[in-house]
Write a protein that binds this ligand. Structure first.
Ligand SMILES: [Zn+2]
Length: 207
């Protein structure tokens, strides 16, 4: 009995939390909120973001509501293993931009007793599963789906509408190229914005 108590005190189980949803749904805001709570409890926190995302700042993660938290830019998920050695809580923003090795790295960190919180887009602008996030959802202990508000009808929105012409999966640093849309108003093959947004909305309503 005493022995098992001792083991429990020594070895703490880690876990993975995923915060996912469309753009403008407040993922980074929620990540920052959780990290700050941990920091207030004097836990050692470390926040990372992928190199691809330098839209606002190299040294911090920034939400659309302009909250920020210091972060380190890394080129691969693997870098987190050595860089978060003494961290108890690890935050990762824009998780969708990492390779599939993000899943194994998060598993290793959680196995080592750490709390791992990943924020990321679950779907790309075509509403297809995005990067490693779907696989991460299957192994995570906690999943939070954040919703935005559809700019067309005001319904809860879990999709990201690209409103400029480009077929690249990633268009970084271009929040004005996107809008939150609901299932009904999300169109995969949107016309370029130059044609005017009204047309798109009429088309969506007609379907
Ligand atoms: Zn809508």
């Amino acid at each position: 009995m005493n022995e098992s108590l001792q083991i429990r005190t020594f070895k703490r189980a880690g876990h993975i939390e995923v915060i996912c949803g469309s753009m403008f749904s407040g993922k980074t805001e929620e990540l920052i909120r959780r990290i700050r709570r941990a920091e207030i409890a004097r836990q050692r926190v470390k926040v990372f973001k992928p190199k691809i995302d330098n839209r606002f700042s190299e040294f911090e993660i920034v939400s659309h509501s302009e909250q920020s938290f210091p972060s380190e830019v890394i080129s691969s998920a693997e870098e987190m293993l050595e860089k978060s050695f003494d961290a108890e809580v690890i935050g990762i923003d824009e998780g969708q931009f990492f390779g599939n090795d993000l899943v194994e790295v998060c598993q290793n960190l959680a196995d080592a007793g750490k709390r791992v919180i990943v924020a990321g887009l679950d779907q790309d602008y075509k509403a297809q599963p995005f990067g490693p996030i779907p696989d991460l959802l299957s192994v995570a202990e906690y999943i939070t789906k954040t919703l935005a508000v559809c700019v067309v009808c005001g319904a809860p929105a879990n999709r990201t509408q690209r409103i400029t012409a480009s077929s690249q999966q990633i268009l970084v640093g271009a929040t004005n190229h996107y809008e939150a849309r609901c299932r009904l108003h999300h169109i995969v093959n949107a016309e370029p914005q130059s044609e005017n947004t009204g047309t798109k909305e009429e088309k969506a309503n007609a379907e």
